[in-house]
Write a protein that binds this ligand. Structure first.
Ligand SMILES: Cc1cc2nc3c(=O)[nH]c(=O)nc-3n(C[C@H](O)[C@H](O)[C@H](O)COP(=O)(O)O)c2cc1C
Length: 192
């Protein structure tokens, strides 16, 4: 079967892409704004380059056409902390994708504990294995796109105490997304 993308609507393209580019790690993005601490998951997320050390995160708009709070906060404060999601956080991560008015932060609504461990950046979600302290680098405007790819530069990397060995080898528990389902983490690495 060959499906021509120009014949497909956006929802169908999303359905195909989100099941074919798998698993996509979930970026649990912490930003700050009027609401205090805002936490939301994004799976259109990938590393782009290590020099400069940047990742891309694609963030869309709410149903009413206003930018999602993460997009608004990121372009205003220019800072984000991107946390990994382990199995223990799966339920709260999923709940934090519920849309709320910008004055209401998901961290407080869903009782998601956070810790401020680096001055000048949003806090990490307590208990995460890894967190990237990032600043806004560049926005990519794709003609006709409903989501805005944002390039973020990594300035510092938090790793849970004891996770990495002396050579900085480590395996994080990172839930991935396959279509609309979640891919359970595996601690087993297969080295060939
Ligand atoms: C696992 C998962 C992945 C998601 N990935 C994205 C994404 O890549 N881009 C996006 O715009 N929304 C994505 N969403 C939806 C947002 O999390 C949702 O719109 C959320 O309300 C945004 O919150 P905010 O307004 O606080 O930024 C995803 C939701 C889930 C559950």
């Amino acid at each position: 079967m060959i499906l021509k993308y120009s014949d497909l609507d956006t929802a169908t393209r999303y359905k195909l892409m989100s099941q074919a580019v798998v698993p996509r790690p979930i970026a649990w993005v912490v930003t700050e704004g009027a609401c205090g601490v805002n936490v939301a998951p994004f799976s259109y997320f990938a590393p782009l380059s290590s020099q400069p050390p940047v990742v891309v995160l694609s963030v869309g708009h709410k149903k009413d056409g206003t930018p999602k709070d993460t997009l608004y906060n990121l372009t205003t404060t220019r800072k984000a902390t991107i946390c990994s999601v382990g199995e223990a956080h799966l339920k709260k991560m999923h709940l934090s994708s519920t849309s709320h008015p910008i004055e209401e932060g998901e961290a407080a609504i869903y009782d998601i504990a956070t810790e401020r461990i680096r001055e000048g950046y949003p806090p990490i979600v307590s208990g995460c294995d890894s967190a990237l302290f990032c600043s806004f680098y560049q926005r990519i405007d794709l003609p006709g796109s409903q989501t805005i790819p944002l390039i973020l530069e990594i300035h510092a990397h938090y790793l849970r105490e004891g996770l990495a060995d002396r050579d900085l080898n480590f395996v994080i528990e990172a839930m991935g997304r396959v279509g609309r389902a979640y891919h359970p983490p595996s601690q087993e690495l297969i080295r060939l």
